[in-house]
Design a protein. Structure first.
Ligand code: FEO
Length: 172
């Protein structure tokens, strides 16, 4: 079934949003590295790599449905932050923005009865709940830590435990 034009355009735009998410998070990685917060840099690198996977899922979907992806310019939204808390607050606001986009996509997939798109988007709906919860938890902890250097050091160590696990290759 050919992709509905409106849904195609929204999915094509979503590839840009996901790639921009990776861009924003890599921008945060560079901020954390400069601040000597290697654990947060590691955490945010894993986050950025997940965003590349998200973009890839939408990219493949358009191809599988016989469409052609039209890539767009990416914006660098911000390159510096005044504190780790501000960076993670921005990450949370960005994830909320992405959740809104996924919900809009789901509304249109339902409207045009595109069941394969709905199956794809079901995964993203659950993923967004997880993403917001994970980032939200860090925001909450950072707010609690406040100016405590020791608290920040401990949290940085904890966040450095995050490992990016790539999905298994096809056929595995
Ligand atoms: Fe791909 Fe973090 O949303």
């Amino acid at each position: 079934m050919k992709l509905n034009d409106k849904l195609y355009k929204m999915i094509n735009d979503q590839i840009k949003h996901e790639l921009e998410s990776a861009y924003i998070y890599y921008s945060m990685v560079s901020y954390f590295v400069a601040e000597g917060l290697d654990g947060m840099a590691q955490w945010m690198t894993a986050q950025a790599r997940e965003e590349m996977l998200h973009a890839g899922k939408f990219f493949n979907f358009i191809g599988e449905r016989g469409g052609k992806v039209e890539l767009q310019n990416l914006k660098i939204i911000k390159t510096n932050w005044t504190s780790p808390l501000e960076a993670f607050q921005d990450a949370l606001a960005h994830e909320e923005f992405i959740t809104g986009k996924i919900n809009d996509l789901m509304k249109v997939a339902i409207e045009v009865n595109d069941f394969p798109a709905k199956v794809l988007l079901d995964w993203f709906v659950s993923e967004q709940v997880e993403e917001e919860a994970n980032v939200g938890k860090v925001v909450q902890t950072l707010a609690r830590v406040g100016d405590s250097g020791n608290g920040l050091f401990m949290l940085d160590r904890e966040l450095g435990q995050r490992v990016f696990t790539p999905p298994p290759a096809q056929g595995e």
